[in-house]
Design a protein around this ligand. Sequence first.
Ligand SMILES: [Zn+2]
Length: 291
Amino acid sequence: MDLLLKGMVKDEPILVVGLIDTDTVEKARVIHDTYPTATAALGRVISGSILLSSILKYGQKVVLQVAGDGPLRGIVAETDWLCRVRGYIKRPHIHLGLKEGKLDVGRGIGKGFLNVLKDLGLREYYRGIVPLQTGEIATDIAYYLNVSEQIPAAVSLGVFIDSDNSVKASGGFMIHTLPNLEDEIIGFLERKLKEIPPVSTMILNGLSPKEIMEEAVGLPVEISESKEVLYHCPCTKDRVLDSIIVLGRKDIEELVIKGEVLNVQCEFCKKEYVVSQEELSSILHYFVSHN
Ligand SMILES: [Zn+2]
């Protein structure tokens, strides 16, 4: 079972979040038929959005979007407060060579921006945007948290892909230091982060999310919250109908005149919806009555 855990270092103002989402990222790989570099990039963005969801409150949702000039182009993942996540990548069939034995996500993404949109409920939104630092995602999210939300944070993400291209391990952790932390402890955390093995290695070695969190900070962690992570797409026919309004009046008029139906696919789960002539006509009426 994929899990997101939240906890505090015992007797220190350090918040730690740990995640294993191997099954979720494997599900995303199967849905989107991604090649290894694309799988790793999509997996890291999915994991990043799940880590960011740890700062949400009841009913809220976070959308993490990465857009770059590299061959992968863009990736989106969104997670709600219940840890239900969905995502997609613009160019799933991309595989680049390895860089120092690792999948070269940074080159796949290239230069660009990281966007975070938080749906806070009651039509209230928060938006933050920062330029990508490395395109490796984890450092970019840490930079976003530091610059945009004034949260001093360290983030680590890892996806390990098996020889058959399936996802064998995926997860990550995030460390927030709260005010009044002694310099000595900050130095200790920084040294610790340089020493520890990659998070994908820890997962392959069978560590639990809590053990990963304790390995990351080198101190005992008290868990305060545990949530199951699931790949879930809440798309419905109604939302699909809403989304085709952006096609504009002219295109819809054309379909109605030709007597054609419209096939629309949800980009997050690949579910197909057929929009009938009657539905297209009623959307056309919407345009007529709003102009
Ligand atoms: Zn869907």
